[in-house]
Design a protein around this ligand. Structure first.
Ligand SMILES: O=C(O)c1ccccc1NCC(=O)[C@H](O)[C@H](O)COP(=O)(O)O
Length: 247
């Protein structure tokens, strides 16, 4: 396991545009233009990973499959693909883009048998997104309750889930800082790596997340802070690279 926190700049795609939402709520979009331009920008700035989300597929308002495929095709870096991957067809389409791994959310809540099957088939190409308000999971683009975080985590652990992407919805897109207690609690309940998502606002937030690497936090998704110019990606990479980052 890497001792350096991995950073995953986010490109969330809605209606063909790179956007940021607040609390993941449909209709709160701020648009940031062409998703490919955004992704290429993060790649050129030194990203090793891209977190790419099809928000329309997540919300059930269509999809951006062509654009998403094009973005993945143009990346030389690793891509984590999320949004609306819920059955054999959408999983096959997602994996066919050439992405490094996919992130299942709703399916893990509504189709546990299918998720157990695809975890067994695809191993660490599958991560599960645990998107929570408090300790209640949310599915269908974070619009519906989907059960208890820790019960679901126990089930997924026993099924061999390789990795979790943990989002505090109350923090997402707000620049209020990550929920470190939630991340510590999830890390204590699993021996699988955890990718933190939602709320990063500053280099200090990234240093705080880097301090959780020994506990099991492997990476951090960063959206709004990069788009809002709170810091640059090279600054972020430098902040988590040095020995002082984990102090
Ligand atoms: O990932 C999803 O499937 C998803 C579904 C519905 C709403 C939002 C969704 N993802 C949002 C993200 O993954 C954000 O890009 C990420 O949490 C970054 O948050 P922030 O740094 O707070 O902008």
């Amino acid at each position: 396991m890497s001792r350096v926190l991995e950073l995953l700049p986010a490109v969330d795609v809605r209606d063909g545009q790179a956007v940021r939402l607040v609390h993941g709520v449909s209709g709160t979009e701020t648009a940031y233009g062409d998703p490919l331009a955004a992704a290429l920008n993060w790649q050129e700035a030194g990203a090793e990973w891209l977190h790419l989300v099809d928000l329309d597929a997540a919300f059930g308002t269509g999809d951006n499959r062509e654009r998403i495929s094009e973005v993945v095709r143009r990346m030389d870096i690793k891509v984590e693909l999320s949004g609306g991957i819920r059955d054999d067809g959408s999983l096959a389409a997602a994996l066919a883009t050439g992405c490094t791994r996919v992130n299942l959310g709703t399916a893990a809540l509504e189709s546990p048998e299918w998720v157990a099957k695809v975890i067994a088939e695809h191993g660490d190409k599958i991560a599960v997104g645990l998107d929570v308000r408090g300790t209640t999971l949310r599915g269908r683009g974070w619009t519906r309750d989907g059960g208890d975080l820790y019960q679901t985590l126990e089930r997924l652990n026993s099924e061999g889930c390789a990795r979790y992407v943990v989002t505090d919805i109350n923090k997402d897109g707000t620049l209020q800082g990550p929920n470190l207690d939630l991340l510590r609690n999830v890390c204590a309940a699993t021996d699988r790596p955890v990718v933190a998502s939602g709320g990063v606002s500053s280099l200090d937030d990234l240093r705080a997340l880097a301090s959780l690497v020994p506990a099991g936090v492997e990476g951090a998704i960063v959206g709004k802070a990069l788009y809002a110019g709170a810091f640059t990606l090279p600054e972020a990479l430098a902040a988590v690279a040095g020995p002082e980052a984990a102090a």
